[in-house]
Design a protein around this ligand. Sequence first.
Ligand code: KG4
Ligand code: ZN
Length: 338
Amino acid sequence: MIVLGIETSCDDTGIAVVRDGHQILANLVSSQPEHARFGGVVPEIAARKHVEVLPAMLDSALDRAGVTLDDLDGVAVTRGPGLIGALLAGWCFGRGLAQACGLPYVGVHHLAAHVHGALMPALADGEPVRYPLTALVVSGGHTALYRVTAANTFVPLGQTRDDAAGEAFDKVAKLLELGYPGGPIIDRIAPQGDPFAWQLPRSDLGLDFTFSGLKAAVRRLAIEQKIEPGDATDPRILDIAASFQAAVIDMLAATTERALARFSSKGVVLCGGVAANRDLRTRFAALADRQGIPLFVSPPPLATDNGAMIAGAGHRRIAMGESDPLALAARATWPLGS
Ligand code: KG4
Ligand code: ZN
């Protein structure tokens, strides 16, 4: 069964063709450099760019996968949560395409898809995925812990009370004038700094997260130290980047460990854009090892937003013969496990 997946919840346009929920035939992502000069995503620009690039990306994805529209068995589209204008671009495109081709059409929860993306390599290799799992979704818009009791069945455990971890990476990078998005940049430069140079605050809110205190501490430190932003080779900026990244990773790991101590789990999932972070992946590999359970972590192309995770997550419902009604609306906010 071949499913087309469409992702447009934020500023990446993703289109993918996936067989049986895990075999990726094509996975194209188009990023939008237009937002860089604003240091964050401009919703109106994001929506317009999705509308512009979707038709040509569809052709390229089908080409790359070596299939035609006639080979598709269904269309899966991100229904939410996300920027509503951006979501609607993919939602209307996918719904129109499905209608025109007489295909079933399902709306997918973006965060459930991130979790599915982390499981796809194991599913493709025929490795067992046993439930319950403890899943950390850590992206630019979300930081949350879930207990996954069965495929696509989520119980929320905790979430951020302010910024998402990815947002904190982006804002610290903006403060230090390092570029956008900040996560990959800090990931790249942090190893050149000393993570112990500055003892930045680590909060403990049980199974919840907060990053605003850390962000404020970095701002204060940059002012106190009279940091001249913009130079990614300045050793003092490298030390701040490394110390900041270490604090974020400590908090994500400690909170996940608290959840593992409280609820028995047969595996840990690490997913969302920030899961591309190399030090975070290393820390979680060690954490899962200590617990003696497998770590399911999205490979970097499946960590940041993409269409393959949407097609994979939508596959199950399409295979069961389901299709969403035409009148179903996209949802800017949509708690997972509700
Ligand atoms: O999942 P994603 O692509 O979009 C959302 O659903 O938000 O996540 C994007 C976020 C951005 O904040 C970006 O800075 C962060 O993921 N990110 C990273 C890395 N790659 C992307 N953060 C830390 N290290 C990375 N290597
Ligand atoms: Zn995402």
